[in-house]
Design a protein around this ligand. Structure first.
Ligand SMILES: Cc1cc2nc3c(=O)[nH]c(=O)nc-3n(C[C@H](O)[C@H](O)[C@H](O)COP(=O)(O)OP(=O)(O)OC[C@H]3O[C@@H](n4cnc5c(N)ncnc54)[C@H](O)[C@@H]3O)c2cc1C
Ligand code: SF4
Ligand code: SF4
Ligand code: SF4
Length: 390
């Protein structure tokens, strides 16, 4: 039976997927993040969970990844996507030409974020754009395996820890029809923090949210905004370096604990694609920047190289050397500004619930308590108190 390490577990759900005794469920725990919970009465000690956990079974790095930058030609899709709309075009090809299915993160009706299965082009835009919060994987690994068993081609997208989970649960004889597409990942914040922010915005605007776009490009790709629309016609829109939710996310202090020691970093072998924002590409190519968005496309398998040739995007050569200099988040874990200690790197559930005040602003008292706790952890006060308690 697997032992859950709260600082390392990514909540990917691979252990939950393979447990045929139904002894594992995913439940909200530390910091409002999902963790597996094991019912020891049901466990039959088969150890399947240990065999698939990406933390216990890390992947090797790809030997010769092919790196390109590119964007799709459809301006509407490019505009709806975080960077160049490369994900949409890959997904479009899988559904339209290969009659396959695509899995990825979408907003639910209450604007929480969860993974869904998409098998028709009309629903594909739901997966477009980055949602900067952990997506609930639900039963998507099992559904994807079921699709593969039925002979379908599957494109599974998500954060690198999620695609690693999918890689581990997929039987070897089904790998040929599975494409894995990771997004470069700075880290994810707690679903509870995101819920708290939505509720605060709804309270302030006296209306229900009807649309969210965390990568609104109306002011340009570089000055992307958090834009939220309400039932009463009001709109909230603030550039990422002003919006309070983004400020917390980008500060790096409020991520899932596993994001500070991420085992899914790098260009991992057998992950077909890793896509990222091509920030700074204009300094490395002859191309003029148009501020509409461009993606870095890393391909770790020959299958990925073949697929990219079939899709409707323009590409240009790029190199691993460049992205090693420009894209630290692909290779290195986020740093917490105040402490290197793995403990208390994320808020406890109660703090996450009340972090934003009624006006959608960060609650100063919560912020002070949070940083005091981090400081106390850093100087060892909390571990001393814990020892005294024992
Ligand atoms: C949490 C997060 C952190 C990121 N951090 C960085 C970074 O530090 N540097 C960088 O260059 N790029 C980062 N990205 C990736 C970047 O924002 C774009 O997703 C990427 O450039 C691809 O853009 P696109 O236009 O091709 O596709 P888009 O349409 O923008 O991307 C859609 C894809 O993102 C996936 N996705 C969206 N939200 C989530 C989520 N919450 N969890 C899992 N998958 C999700 C969808 O499943 C789909 O595969 C991050 C993305 C996310 C979700
Ligand atoms: S050892 Fe087997 S039965 Fe027990 S939790 Fe793990 S997968 Fe489930
Ligand atoms: S990392 Fe994934 S497989 Fe490992 S314990 Fe956590 S949820 Fe389970
Ligand atoms: S930083 Fe690593 S652990 Fe955190 S969500 Fe991204 S891939 Fe997963």
């Amino acid at each position: 039976m697997i032992t859950i390490d709260y600082d390392k577990c990514t909540g990917c759900g691979a252990c939950y997927t393979v447990c045929s005794a139904n002894a594992i469920s995913l439940k909200m725990s530390v910091g409002g993040h999902n963790y597996p919970y094991i019912d020891t009465n049901k466990c039959i000690e088969c150890k399947k969970c240990e065999k698939v956990c990406p933390i216990l079974n890390t992947s090797n790095m790809a030997e010769k990844p092919i790196i390109k930058i590119g964007n799709c030609l459809n301006e509407d899709i490019r505009n709806r996507s975080s960077s160049g709309g490369v994900f949409y075009e890959l997904a479009y090809y899988i559904i339209k030409e290969l009659h396959g299915t695509v899995y990825g993160a979408a907003y639910d009706s209450d604007f929480s974020v969860k993974h869904i299965r998409v098998s028709d082009i009309d629903n594909l835009p739901r997966l477009c754009t980055s949602k900067y919060v952990q997506s609930n994987i639900g039963d998507c690994f099992s559904e994807a395996i079921s699709d593969l068993k039925n002979g379908k081609t599957v494109l599974f997208s998500g954060t690198p820890c999620q695609t690693e989970g999918m890689k581990k649960v997929c039987p070897d004889n089904m790998r040929d029809n599975l494409y894995l597409c990771s997004v470069a990942c700075h880290g994810v914040s707690s679903p509870v923090l995101w819920e708290n922010y939505r509720r605060a915005l709804e309270y302030k605007n006296d209306s229900k949210i009807v649309k969210v776009n965390m990568r609104d490009k109306r002011k340009g790709w570089h000055r992307f905004s958090m834009t939220v629309n309400f039932e009463n016609g009001k709109e909230y829109s603030k550039i990422h370096d002003i919006d309070p939710y983004f400020k917390l996310f980008l500060s790096g202090d409020f991520l899932r604990p596993s994001c500070y020691n991420c085992k899914a970093k790098g260009l991992l072998k057998e992950t077909d694609f890793l896509i990222a924002d091509a920030w700074g590409y204009e300094s490395h190519t002859a191309e003029k920047a148009d501020d509409k968005g461009k993606s870095v496309i890393c391909m770790m398998t020959s299958k990925a190289v073949d697929l990219l040739q079939s899709v409707n995007i323009v590409t240009e050569e790029y190199s691993e050397d460049i992205i090693r200099h420009t894209h630290h988040s692909i290779f290195e874990s986020a740093k917490n500004n105040l402490t290197e200690s793995p403990k208390l790197k994320s808020m406890n559930g109660e703090e996450a619930v009340n972090f934003f005040d009624k006006n959608g602003k960060v609650s100063i008292s919560r912020l002070v308590i949070f940083y005091l706790k981090l400081f106390a952890e850093k100087v060892g006060v909390i571990s001393l108190l814990r020892k005294c308690k024992l």
